[in-house]
Design a protein around this ligand. Structure first.
Ligand SMILES: O=P(O)(O)O[C@@H]1C[C@H](O)[C@@H](CO)O1
Length: 296
């Protein structure tokens, strides 16, 4: 079964060493671009970019709207690495593979991870085009044992039983709210709970109603495993969901969701997401980049 695959510390290190031999950038911030949000990477200055297919050990992106490039560069004076395309469990990757880049980022010296995704809304007040700061998540695959941390624990990365209660950094969430006000986009900003489901099918109406009753505000098919692995190895995490559709909850509703519609809303809102992330990176405090391989 997928979740049983184990990746050794050496394999993460080999990929990190290869990247460090190919670029002078030593990133402090890593950004994962969700469906339709890959243009964020284009704003980095002094870019070095690598196709995933050229990076030793890296999985490949197979989903439309996920270019499959790792881009290093500067944004507002901070060194960043941006995943233009992420890996999903439904593509057939093991959870270790979907989260492989996170531990590589840790070895590169990254201290903050920004995750973005496209998601459908369950919350009654949310509209397509809204941007939701992720306050917390429900990792449905994780709750039934499909967790990237299953298998032997690598103590060099983190503890066997990591806490997840504060995994979305409160300081960064507050800062993002302030920034949204200043940018004049507070009216489309929401905060809520993201739930990961396995996908690739969108939800049935009964599943949508269940998620709604459970207090889920937005549902998608990614992010939670990345955040679990990032939190395990001590990264600070900030997450945004772009609400691309309302999840159909009524048998009277004749609309249905599709991936093209998801990408279209991504295109419409990518500029605003970019502005928010750029300002956040500008204003977040970062320790000096002296933690490469520290305690690893
Ligand atoms: O990578 P994300 O989570 O943004 O992708 C979402 C979930 C599915 O992969 C896809 C559905 O349209 O978008």
């Amino acid at each position: 079964m997928h979740s049983k695959e184990h990746i050794s510390h050496d394999e993460y290190q080999k990929t990190a060493d290869w990247l460090m031999s190919q670029t002078k950038h030593r990133p402090q911030v890593a950004i994962i671009c969700g469906s339709g949000l890959g243009t964020l990477a284009d704003t980095l200055k002094c870019q070095d970019s690598f196709a995933y297919s050229d990076i030793p050990g890296f999985p490949q992106s197979t989903v439309q709207g996920h270019a499959g490039r790792l881009v290093f560069g500067e944004l507002k004076g901070k060194t960043c690495v941006c995943m233009q395309g992420r890996f999903h469990m439904y593509e057939g990757h093991s959870l270790c593979k979907t989260t492989f880049p996170i531990r590589v980022f840790k070895l590169l010296g990254v201290e903050t991870l920004i995750v973005t995704n496209a998601a459908g809304s369950l919350a009654d007040g949310f509209q397509p085009g809204d941007i939701m700061i992720i306050k917390d998540h429900i990792n449905f695959p994780g709750l039934v044992g499909l967790n990237p941390l299953c298998g032997p624990n690598d103590d060099k990365f983190g503890p066997r039983f990591p806490a997840m209660s504060g995994c979305y950094d409160k300081g960064l969430r507050c800062l993002a709210v302030e920034i949204a006000k200043e940018l004049g986009v507070a009216s489309i900003l929401q905060e809520g709970v993201y739930a990961m489901v396995g996908g690739p099918n969108f939800e049935t109406i009964a599943e949508a109603r269940l998620l709604h009753r459970l207090g889920v505000d937005a549902v998608g098919m990614s992010t939670a495993p990345e955040v679990v692995v990032a939190t395990h190895c001590g990264l600070r995490v900030f997450g945004l969901s772009l609400i691309t559709n309302k999840v159909v909850k009524s048998y009277e509703d004749t609309e249905s969701v599709n991936h093209e519609g998801v990408l279209e809303i991504g295109r419409l809102r990518s500029h605003t997401v970019q502005q928010l992330v750029t300002e956040l990176i500008d204003r977040m405090e970062i320790n000096n980049n002296d933690n490469i391989n520290k305690s690893i």
